[in-house]
Design a protein around this ligand. Structure first.
Ligand code: MCN
Ligand code: CUN
Length: 788
């Protein structure tokens, strides 16, 4: 199916702007920080310089002496209302403000409320906190050793730092396959902690209206409805009922998963507004954002592959230590503590697989997952794609040939993986062949052989990933019990114009545009006649939000289903208007006509008008519909990426010479948006492959807590992406579409890492952990005796 893409619609998702809105300042949208309310107060947060320390005292007197500082809020203050702890998305607990001790560097210690933003900051600097440092646990492996200091002393029965053990798959069959295997490879892989760097940091304005008892929060959130419910559940006892809470997620300057969790700042702002009856704004600065918000990855993996001598994969075995920081606040479906990590068999047809993960507490910020990744699929893809290359090299087979031999074949779909997933559709060989042709694979291998003779270092890396996006189905997926369906509500006005509201919240993906296209396609109404809204819980139908590339697979499907309900009613109205039987009507986009008499027709606009002015007796007036869509399965987009690198022997610098990305996300709704998603996604895969990492020294001091040492690639470093596509529709999605928002970030790092190892394999290099910095490569080259 070809979906219409009106050329006048750009990929920005800001087609309809509220120019008349007095709060509209920047001309690009209305972001939380653009909103100014009369009498607004500002919140700033005191943060801990220690990674683990008792709080002996907090002296607020100097801060309170500053004119304009109204209050210093501490954990003791919140404890009076039992709001000093809050639940995490994984049913763990996390501090809002500490009463006893801090657990990571940059943790919130107290909050200052003031009349001006700069006064609040001055107040923060003037709060004197006395700490007593405690032993710090940074390494999750050491955290598990007997005798390691127990971090969660708030949990009475907790005697160690182990959070949970989770395993999946057939252990016996997997172990047996390894015993019998003629070839096995094993590799430790560390996927470091990283952090999104969206243009807009997190923040909110909480406004409690004392007259009608209603709390409105403008908030940088990807999931406004879920937040409303969580607020009601957590703060119900202080009188905030769900119908008295309105969450508005205005324009969002990038989310990438970092705007799914609830951070203490939001909760303190709400508490401050409820107590003062004034609007309270809290907005993080860049360093707070990097140092304290939800992180991603931090997986210490040991992976093993088993194969026959001819290179047929037989089994996969993985053990992982997951560093969750001081609280398990991962944004995961409740049922799966390690998210969808068990998609780790990837694009290959394994007979047996087994995966184990252990969650561990350390003195680091809580969270997990927030970096353009559908619940740990990036970790899974990186592991299997690195391992596939390792095995191919080990048995002396070309990595492309090895993949082609082991792929799940097109005729095997729907394919049940060894770890229980049912892949909906795919043609992995098709995508890889296309990428190989486009990049000139055979010629590159010849060039590589020539260069190697001359001592030059060139590598070719492949990543043939399978993604898993679009959660539900609700029978397996929920967050804190809230089932992962999603919703759309469409109202057609008498003059044929429409408003459509969705339970998701785009952060720059352009959903406003593509949702309008879906409805336009289903109803034949021009895109320009459809206003799309998301993100206001008072108006939008209940939904779980935008993450895990679920908007198109779930809410987009809901949009199509709601539009089809409207079309069904429109048919009945048309039959009435045309005095014909419903079965005798034919639909073409935009109108119904009588079979055999095409001149007797009614447009959707005629029908909309009639729905309010001349509807059949016995039928309800109006033309609107709601759909709550529970997908029967996830969607499994995929792709093949090929990367060519040249390595500078003198400096260790890795230069990405070419990068070809062939993606398949089923039927595409808006090609321009999809291309933009892939370009952005590739850059966000390139970044952790070569640059980004947040690490900690032994005292728990964050390394990478500012843009001085958390390196983001700029346009200068970023290669020119060469993109292409294949189209394998999802059989269960009403439009045959699969999600795409994260694919490139998930698939790209392994292609780059594989290219680097491919360039160095003949020197004895078997693996390099990302980020592959010049220093790391330079050291490896010196170790292997390579001179400039
Ligand atoms: N699309 C399409 N045809 C398809 C699939 C998608 O035209 N077959 C379009 C969609 O209609 C939508 C866009 O591509 O406009 C992305 O759709 P989808 O894959 O459904 O992903 P979501 O809208 O759910 O976006 C979430 C995804 C995630 S989880 C992260 S993280 C991420 C990403 O999107 N964060 C982003 N891309 C981002 N892009 C921007 N600009 N900002 C972010 O914060
Ligand atoms: Cu995990 S990043 Mo996206 O799913 O919001």
């Amino acid at each position: 199916m070809a979906l219409r893409t009106p050329p006048e619609i750009g990929g920005m998702g800001h087609s309809v702007k509220r120019k008349e809105d007095p709060r509209f300042i920047r001309g690009k949208g209305t972001y939380v920080d653009d909103i100014q309310l009369p009498g607004m107060l500002y919140l700033d947060i005191v943060r801990s310089p220690y990674a683990h320390a008792k709080i002996k005292s907090i002296d607020a007197s100097k801060a309170l002496a500053i004119p304009g500082v109204l209050a210093v809020i501490t954990g003791q203050d919140l404890a009076k209302y039992n709001l000093h702890w809050m639940p995490t998305l994984m049913s763990d607990t996390q501090m809002v403000l500490p009463v006893e001790k801090v657990m990571y560097q940059a943790q919130e210690v107290a909050a200052v409320l003031a009349t001006e933003r700069y006064i609040a900051a001055d107040g923060t600097a003037a709060v004197a906190v006395e700490y007593e440092p405690l032993p710090v646990v940074v390494d999750p492996k050491k955290a598990l050793e007997p005798g390691a200091p127990v971090l969660r002393t708030d949990k009475k029965d907790k005697k160690d730092n182990h959070i949970w053990h989770w395993e999946w798959g057939d252990r016996t069959a997997t172990d047996r396959a390894f015993e019998e295997a003629p070839v096995t490879v094993e590799q430790d892989i560390y996927i470091p902690r990283i952090h999104v760097a969206s243009i807009e940091t997190c923040g909110c304005i909480a406004n409690f209206d004392k007259v009608n008892g209603k709390l409105t929060v403008w908030m940088t959130t990807q999931a406004p409805h879920a937040i409303r419910t969580v607020f009601a559940l957590v703060a119900g006892h202080v009188g905030l009922a769900e119908h008295k809470i309105r969450i508005i997620s205005p324009d969002i300057g990038g989310g990438f998963g970092g705007k799914v969790p609830v951070y203490p700042g939001y909760v303190i702002a709400v508490a401050a507004s409820v107590l003062t009856g004034k609007p309270v704004k809290w907005m993080e600065d860049r360093m707070e954002h990097l140092q304290a918000d939800s992180f991603a990855r931090d997986y210490h993996i040991t992976a093993e592959l088993a194969a026959t001598k001819d290179g047929t994969l037989t089994a996969l075995r993985i053990k992982t230590i997951a560093d969750h920081g001081y609280a398990d606040a991962a944004a995961n479906p409740s049922k799966f503590p390690a998210g969808l990590f068990h998609i780790c068999t990837g694009s290959y047809d394994f007979k047996a697989a087994h995966v184990e993960v252990d969650g561990v507490y350390t003195n680091k910020p809580p969270g997990g997952i927030a970096y353009r990744c559908s619940f740990r699929v990036t970790e899974a893809v990186h592991t299997i794609e690195r391992m596939a290359d390792l095995m191919a090299h080990q048995i002396g087979m070309d990595p492309a040939e090895f993949r082609l031999k082991n792929f799940v074949k097109p005729e095997q779909f729907p394919y049940k993986s060894a770890l229980g997933w049912e892949y909906d559709s795919g043609n992995y060989a098709g995508a890889l062949h296309k990428a190989m042709d486009k990049i000139g694979y055979a010629e590159l291998r010849r060039e590589q052989a020539e260069k190697r003779k001359k001592g030059e270092l060139m590598g070719i890396g492949i990543s043939s990933f399978t993604e898993i996006v679009g959660a539900g189905p609700s029978k397996h997926f929920d967050i804190l019990g809230l089932k992962m369906f999603d919703s759309a509500e469409i109202r057609i006005h008498p003059t044929g114009k429409a408003i459509a509201r969705f339970g998701t919240r785009s952060q720059g993906q352009g959903n406003e545009t593509s949702y309008a296209q879906i409805i336009a396609e289903e109803l034949g109404i021009p895109v320009a006649d459809i206003q799309v809204e998301e993100g206001d819980t008072d108006t939008a139908p209940y939904g779980l939000g935008t993450y895990a590339s679920r908007s198109t697979p779930v809410a987009g499907a809901a949009g199509a289903m709601a539009a089809r309900k409207i079309r069904d009613k429109a048919r009945r109205i048309a039959a009435h208007l045309l005095e014909a039987a419903e079965e005798d009507l034919v639909w073409e986009p935009g109108k119904f006509s009588v079979k055999g008499a095409p001149n007797r027709s009614k447009t959707i606009q005629d029908i909309a008008f009639a729905a309010y002015t001349n509807h059949p007796q016995g039928m309800e007036a109006g033309l609107e519909a709601v759909s709550y869509y529970d997908p029967p399965n996830l969607t499994y987009p995929f792709g093949s990426y090929i990367c060519v690198v040249d390595i500078d022997k003198g400096t260790g610098e890795v230069k990405v010479r070419r990068f070809v990305a062939v993606d398949d996300c089923g039927n595409i709704i808006n090609p321009m948006i999809v291309e933009g998603q892939i370009h952005g996604g590739l850059t966000m895969g390139f970044a952790p492959a070569l640059f980004e990492e947040i690490s900690y020294d032994e005292q728990g001091n964050v390394q990478g807590g500012s843009f001085i040492d958390y390196l983001l690639p700029t346009a200068v470093e970023t290669p020119k992406w060469e993109t292409d596509k294949t189209t394998t529709p999802s059989p269960h999605h009403p439009l045959g579409a699969k999600g795409v928002g994260e694919s490139a970030t998930v698939g790209a790092p392994a292609a780059i890492a594989n290219a680097v190892v491919d360039a160095l394999w003949h020197l004895g290099v078997r693996h390099v952990d990302i980020p592959i910095t010049p220093h790391k490569v330079w050291k490896l080259l010196r170790e292997k005796g390579v001179s400039e």
